[in-house]
Design a protein around this ligand. Structure first.
Ligand SMILES: [Zn+2]
Length: 400
């Protein structure tokens, strides 16, 4: 076992119960934060835990800082590597590059998964200066108010605004994370550079046909809402497939009346669309609406399409992608760029400064379960990429 894998195994033992379950501001979160802080101290960093519960470690170089980070909260019955790997890897990379000529800090965020309270990304939003104080009034399933949980943790609800970083004093943010998808494994690559965190649109579609007796209504006289919906599902798939990096999913459907001997009269279903570029996502949405109109007209059914969620994509800064790709190249890894299908703290930090992300391969692309797995070799490769990136880092070129 390497130091990295040992540390990840040690963190995985710190749980509130139910496998690895470490929710924001829980007792296990406090213990994990203390352990991570001790590792950051041992790496030569000056540390503190801030008002919102982030573990922060800094070198002592004055001036603008580069931020490295990821999260140490988990979903329920989680894997060992989601978030935790990025924190452990960043601390290890900083331990290996003690004499950097620029300011750098590592942050272990505490609320990336958003499992406990209604709002999410509290730690990274606070750093970015976009934390909504109303979130402090949110309650968990036991009725515990976030502000009280934060005080209990040792944080300070009144001090959250004070942890916001100054954009002028921040050079950028870089996060290394497991891919949580199957692309790198399929490409036989240990690591890849993230182009953007996908934006997402969600819709509720409703098809209204005519219910009827499954035995008595001839086929030619039917207006079957489910048959129309089935064609709509294929139209969603086709619209997503038509453009690279767009993914589209119909994941939930309700059929009414929903009986074996009834013609479906009314069907509603979800559509989830994601893409690294907002324009591509919007184009796919338009294509879907047009296709639905054609299907509805041909089948004599009505349809409505309602937007239920809309989040823009977070592009990764091209200059950070270039430097991260060079660092991967220095490890002999062919430059490969891919979008992130999952959300990350970098989405919030992007409103503070340019962001960049590196993904490392995980087995089967599986995450958010105890089966989540990475190799010690890939974990080490990720640290080497970060180390090389730090040693060659040059701030964003201005005025070009
Ligand atoms: Zn994560």
């Amino acid at each position: 076992m390497t130091l990295l894998m040992d540390r990840l195994a040690a963190l995985a033992q710190i749980t509130d119960g139910d496998g690895l379950t470490r929710l924001f501001l829980s007792p296990a979160h406090a213990r994990a934060a203390a352990l991570v802080r001790s590792w950051a101290e041992a790496a030569g960093l000056t540390t503190h835990i801030d008002a919102i519960g982030n573990v922060v470690g800094r070198n002592n170089v004055p001036g603008p800082r580069l931020i490295l980070g990821s999260h140490i909260d988990t979903v329920r019955n989680a894997g060992w590597y989601d978030g935790n790997y990025g924190v452990v890897a960043a601390i290890e990379a900083l331990r290996r590059c003690k004499d950097l000529p620029f300011g750098v800090e590592v942050i272990a965020f505490g609320d990336e998964e958003g499992v406990r309270f209604p709002k999410t990304l509290s730690g990274s939003r606070a750093i970015a200066g976009i934390f909504d104080p109303a979130a402090l009034a949110g309650q968990d399933s036991d009725g515990i108010i976030m502000a009280d949980a934060l005080k209990n943790f040792g944080g300070d609800p009144d001090g959250v605004a004070g942890v916001a970083r100054d954009p002028g004093g921040t050079l950028g943010y870089v996060e290394i994370h497991i891919e949580q998808g199957p692309v790198l494994e399929a490409k036989n690559l240990p690591a890849g550079i993230v182009t953007a965190i996908n934006g997402a649109s969600r819709f509720r579609a409703t098809i209204t046909g005519a219910a009827g007796h499954a035995g008595t209504v001839p086929m030619a006289l039917r207006r079957d809402a489910l048959s129309a919906a089935a064609e709509c599902c294929l139209a969603v798939e086709a619209a997503a497939r038509a453009q690279p990096d767009v993914v589209g999913t119909v994941g939930a459907m309700t059929v009414r009346p929903g009986a074996p001997n009834s013609i479906p009269g009314d069907v509603s279903f979800s559509i989830d669309l994601r893409a690294p570029r907002d324009a591509a996502r919007h184009a796919a949405a338009q294509k879907i609406e047009l296709a639905f109109a054609g299907i509805a007209a041909a089948r004599g059914v009505g349809f409505t399409l309602e937007t239920t969620h809309e989040a823009p994509a977070t592009p990764c800064a091209p200059w950070l992608q270039t430097q991260l790709a060079a660092a991967a190249g220095a490890q002999g890894i062919a430059p490969f760029h891919l979008p992130s299908g999952a959300g990350h703290d970098a989405m919030a930090v992007a409103s503070l400064c340019p962001v960049g992300m590196v993904f490392i391969r995980c087995a089967g692309g599986i995450s958010h379960t105890p089966e989540e797995s990475i190799t010690g070799e890939d974990a080490e490769t990720g640290v080497r990429i970060l180390t090389s990136f730090l040693q060659n880092f040059s701030p964003e070129p201005k005025n070009v």
